[in-house]
Structure formats: C-alpha cells, structure tokens
Design a protein around this ligand. Structure first.
Ligand SMILES: Cc1cc2nc3c(=O)[nH]c(=O)nc-3n(C[C@H](O)[C@H](O)[C@H](O)COP(=O)(O)OP(=O)(O)OC[C@H]3O[C@@H](n4cnc5c(N)ncnc54)[C@H](O)[C@@H]3O)c2cc1C
Length: 254
C-alpha cells in the first residue's frame, strides 16, 4: 500500500469531528472515490491544545420536532439512520429516551404542534399531564410541554464520530491523525490542492472539504475556495460550565 503522501485523493476532508467524519463516510460510499479524512483525535491532555472539537463529550440531544422545518427534516433524516449505522459498525451511540420541549410561550407550543401534525411526528402536548408523567420535574405552572417519546433522545458524540469513521474505513477511506496548517493550490497538473499538515507532510487531492468546526478560522484553510465564497468567520470566546455530579447522583438519575 502506498504512503498517504504518494496518493492523489479524490476528496480530502479536513477535520475529523461530527461533520467531517460523517462526510468522509458518505463520500467513501461513492464508487471509485478515494477519500482521506485528516484531523487530530481527542487529546488525552487538553491543556496547551489550541484546537478543540465539539464532540469531546458524552451527550447530545437529538430530536425531530422543531419550529424550523429544515431542522425537522434534518433531525428526522439523521435519526432514521442511527440504528443502521450502529448495526453496520457495532458502535452503539444512540439512546431513544424521548425528548421534551418546555416553553412558557403559548404560540411556540401551537407552532410546534402544527409542525408535528404536518410532518406526521408522534409528539404530544402534555401540558395538562406532565406532572403525572414527570413528577420529578419542577416547572412553572404556566409551562407548556411537548413530549416526543420515540424518535428522540440522546447520542454520545464521541461514539457517533467513531461509528462514522469505522464505516468510512470499511469503504477504504484513509484516516490520518494530523493537524492541517494550510491548503494550497498545487504546482503540479496531476491534482488541484496540496493539504499541508503541521508535521510537514503534504497530501494531494482533487477536492478539499473543510469541516474544522468552530476552529476553522484558526489556520488558513480556505485557499481552495473562491474569494467571494470564503466563510466570514470570527473567533469568539464563550463560557461553558462543566458540571460534575457524584457517582451516586449519576446512579440515582439512571
Ligand atoms: C457544549 C456543547 C453542547 C452542544 N449540544 C448539542 C446538542 O445537544 N445537539 C446538537 O445537535 N448539537 C449540539 N452542539 C453542537 C454540535 O456539537 C456541533 O454543531 C457539531 O459538533 C459541529 O460539528 P463540526 O464537525 O462542525 O465541528 P466539531 O465536531 O467541533 O469538529 C471539528 C473537528 O475539526 C478538527 N480541526 C479543527 N481545526 C483543524 C485543523 N486545522 N486540522 C485538522 N483538524 C482540525 C477538530 O479537531 C475537530 O475534531 C453542542 C455543542 C457544544 C460545544
């Protein structure tokens, strides 16, 4: 097998996170398409790392019902694939525990129930009965609650990434654990783009997809994009609380 640097890939995906791993998986299913997914794994020690991935944790909500129809569609389509992906790869990442949406705004409730009916989802308005169904919840008396018991719950992002990467490898995609420093136009006429990694290796590709998430603006990764199409990205800080509960409390909540 030739070294990654000697090959010319049809597609190089930069960023092995939630979107990049899924994109590599789907692209690798296209017949006669060679795919290379390049990005670092989750670091063992976070201190000193400038690049972060939004998938370095254990819980993401997933649901169909949404006020925005596009998100409804995307949610429904993603959920419909989860079990097949688990079966294919043997990686379990989805728990169908249901999804509850709480609002104090009656028009939001009406809007959600309208979407629910139009899309044929199974959500219910449990505003009058939530206290019996979820006696442990403390919500304001004027809260409206929408409950979808199926096709909703939570996924483990780390495992979803592993599942997509496993599936991509089953279709012969290559995965390289490297950080990309830049993407440059190739000087050869055999391929269009050189993807340069921080350790100095150069990957050659006809197309490049940047899926570097919130940290895409940290390195010059958009030389392959027409100037008017370069995403207008701005790095900002955000405070996120890290809540830690005891093992006993975790057990109680299960
Ligand atoms: C705290 C938190 C809670 C969230 N909760 C939810 C939720 O409940 N439901 C939901 O749907 N969404 C949720 N999201 C959003 C969701 O996680 C993100 O939308 C999703 O992860 C974005 O995927 P991505 O692939 O664009 O980015 P990421 O998953 O962050 O992946 C980007 C990858 O690119 C890599 N990378 C970056 N720069 C480079 C480079 N130069 N070279 C190589 N690789 C690079 C990174 O290492 C990373 O692995 C949440 C996000 C956060 C932070």
């Amino acid at each position: 097998m030739s070294a990654p640097e000697e090959k010319i890939y049809d597609l190089i995906v930069v960023g092995a996170g939630m979107i990049g791993s899924a994109a590599a998986h789907h692209a690798s299913q296209i017949p006669n398409t060679t795919v290379c997914l390049v990005g670092p794994p989750e670091p063992k020690v976070r201190k000193g790392q400038d690049i972060f991935g939004c998938w370095f944790d254990e819980g993401r909500l997933c649901y169909q019902i949404n006020r925005n129809k596009i998100w409804c569609n995307l949610g429904a389509k993603s959920l419909a694939r989860f079990r097949d992906l688990e079966k294919l790869t043997g990686v379990k990442f989805y728990t169908e525990s249901g999804y509850a949406y709480v609002t104090l705004d009656k028009s939001t409730l009406e809007n959600l129930m309208e979407v629910n009916q139009k899309c044929g989802f199974e959500a219910q308005d449990i505003t009058n009965s939530w206290k019996n169904i979820f006696p442990f919840l403390h919500l304001p008396d004027n809260a409206s609650v929408v409950w979808q018991s199926v096709n909703g719950g939570h996924i483990i992002p780390r495992k979803l990434v592993t599942a997509h990467q496993t599936a991509a490898q089953m279709c012969d995609a290559q995965i390289l654990h490297k950080i990309v420093s830049t993407v440059l136009p190739s000087k050869c006429d055999t391929h269009k783009w050189d993807v340069v990694t921080e350790c100095g290796s150069v990957l050659q590709g006809h197309r490049v997809l940047v899926a570097a998430g919130g940290f895409a603006a940290l390195k010059p990764l958009f030389h392959h994009v027409a100037p008017q199409m370069v995403p207008d990205l701005e790095l900002r800080t955000q405070t996120i609380s890290y809540l830690c509960i005891s093992a006993e409390e975790a057990q109680r909540l299960k």
